[in-house]
Design a protein around this ligand. Sequence first.
Ligand code: GUN
Length: 292
Amino acid sequence: MILIDGKKTSQDIKNEIAARVAEIKAEGGKTPHLAAVLVGNDGASQTYVGAKVKACEEVGFQSTLVRLDSSVSEEELLKVVEDINENPDIDGLIVQLPLPKHISVDKVTNKIKPEKDVDGFTPANVGRMTLNWPAYVAATPYGIVELLKRYQIETSGKHCVVIGRSHIVGSPMSILMARNGYPGNATVTLTHSKTQNLAEICRTADILIVAIGKPEFVTADMVKPGAVVIDVGIHRIEDPSKKSGFRLIGDVKFDEVAPLASAITPVPGGVGPMTIAALLYNTLQSAEKKVF
Ligand code: GUN
């Protein structure tokens, strides 16, 4: 069984990005610059944005964090996005989600210039990805694609079952696995909450990608021996035996599924760490005008 090490792979990618940034700077080029907009005081969002800013420093990017009060109006936030859109020094722009209820996520997302949409959330980038054009691919699907590539997992002709049809993970993942290319050329089944006989379908998967958001949902009886299992879930559960008082688990019951799998991503240390590497990669692509 191969344990797919997302922590190491994301560090490899960050090292590659840092090396390219050093080259750009040595050639007198502009330092890649990511702007993050954070609205309100949500604890998890602050942690995520903090990690993104820190990762920018690690690879030699410039970063700008714009913090706005949770009472900010939709109009004011749209104006902030517009200003960053028009700022030629900034290559990538992310608006951390979730946003307060009085603000339309769709309106804000659609305001982001596709050329700077390094989260890959705008309709333009989702459309480009679907057409197999150069595009910014969202962080989690990008991370999974990169893990499959770097571990040289065969996908052509395989049956890939995706559990979960969210806009940011399941749906794009199903498109990327089915497209003509590598990774890709798989026969894909996209399953969701209304799917019947889910366990039976999962048992036919050569590659099982789980993004359902339910702790330890996938059990051994749902997995074919020799399958590749990618676990996108991350859940914090209380564990008094740990110093922190909690531990992290995924959507897959790792202890019973791992012995069956030919390769599997752990939680933590699998897909999670890859997401920040994806954001940095997209920002570098933008700085080098490689997508648009
Ligand atoms: N909130 C949770 N994940 C993400 C992400 O990848 N991008 C943004 N902008 N917000 C998020």
